[in-house]
Design a binder for this molecule. Structure first.
Ligand code: ZN
Ligand code: ZN
Length: 310
């Protein structure tokens, strides 16, 4: 017997929007290229060029991780966390093994060769810092803004922690269970986003993803919604030099916070962390307007003297 299908019964299978976009293990290479491109002719050319070298060093450190067997996460512990709806590698509370300090040492040795004199002092000091003290500094960086952080040392430690967490986040199969609500912190490590991207291509066309400040995972988040207080009204967009800029600030009139939004359709090469560093002028303009930054960038401590890299 032939079943008769009524027109109304035919439903086209909708391609599923990925809730998570895991990083790939070449992310720091691409970031270094982006930073070099942004540096050319930029008012902060020396600073951005140095950050490109730092991203290169991060890539080398991550490549070495492929050979470090002890740093592979336990899949059963990952599954348990996931069943409980918790980030499998929480930035705060995860028992880091010593491999992140090995990554830090690799990064320090790499960047020291071309580092400006004031930074060499910070690098040498870090190289001679005891493990327990380094762990304490890492804890303070991972718990958020600490006004006592050394502005020269903190980005170097942050860079090593990014490498370690990117190694963790890319070592597991990140099939994320569909959640009822989209979290405003990273589903993989619980950290705050650095910025958000409006993506292009395929099912992700026009969708917004938040980019993790620590493990480089991206997760889907509804557009025109404050990631700080979750308000959906009173959201405005600001740029520095006019219209259709690739990087804007999405500002909330309820909590007066803002997060940068990067439009891939205006520049397909935008990188959440690199483009954030290259648009500090936007942060200054937003502070003048009375808005507070909610994006977290581990490579930049607010108040840092950018000239240390000259
Ligand atoms: Zn994360
Ligand atoms: Zn808000």
């Amino acid at each position: 017997m032939t079943a008769v299908i009524q027109p109304g019964q035919i439903t086209e299978a909708q391609p599923e929007v990925p809730a998570l976009r895991p990083a790939d293990r070449k992310i720091f290479r691409r970031r270094a290229e982006r930073l070099r491109a942004l540096a050319a002719g930029h008012a902060m050319e020396d600073y951005l060029s140095f950050m490109a070298r730092l991203a290169d060093a991060q890539q080398s450190a991550l490549d070495i991780y492929s050979e470090v067997a002890e740093a592979i996460p336990d899949p059963q512990a990952v599954a348990r966390a996931r069943d409980l709806g918790l980030p499998p590698f929480p930035a705060q509370g995860w028992a880091r093994d010593s491999s992140w300090r090995a990554a830090l040492r690799n990064i320090l040795e790499d960047v020291r060769r071309e580092a400006p004199e004031p930074l060499c002092i910070a690098i040498d000091e870090l190289m001679n810092t005891a493990s327990t003290e380094l762990e304490g500094m890492a804890d303070r960086i991972l718990t958020g803004n600490d006004p006592m952080l050394d502005p020269a040392m903190a980005p170097l430690i942050g860079a090593a922690l990014q490498v370690y967490w990117t190694h963790l986040s890319t070592s597991i199969d990140q099939a994320d269970p569909q959640r009822e609500q989209q979290p405003s912190t990273c589903p993989v490590c619980g950290s705050h986003p650095v910025a958000s991207l409006r993506r292009i291509g395929g099912v992700e066309q026009g969708l917004r993803y938040l980019h993790c400040s620590l493990c480089e995972t991206e997760w889907n988040y509804v557009r025109i919604k404050c990631t700080s207080c979750e308000s959906t009204t009173g959201i405005g967009y600001y740029g520095v030099d006019g219209e259709r800029e690739a990087v804007e600030a999405e500002a909330c009139d309820d909590c007066h916070g803002y997060l940068k939004l990067m439009h891939m359709e205006r520049d397909p090469d935008v990188d959440a962390i690199a483009d954030d560093l290259a648009t500090l002028a936007l942060d200054i303009a937003m502070a003048d307007e009375g808005y507070t930054r909610v994006g977290l960038n581990l490579l930049f401590v607010p108040g840092e003297e950018v000239s240390t890299a000259n």
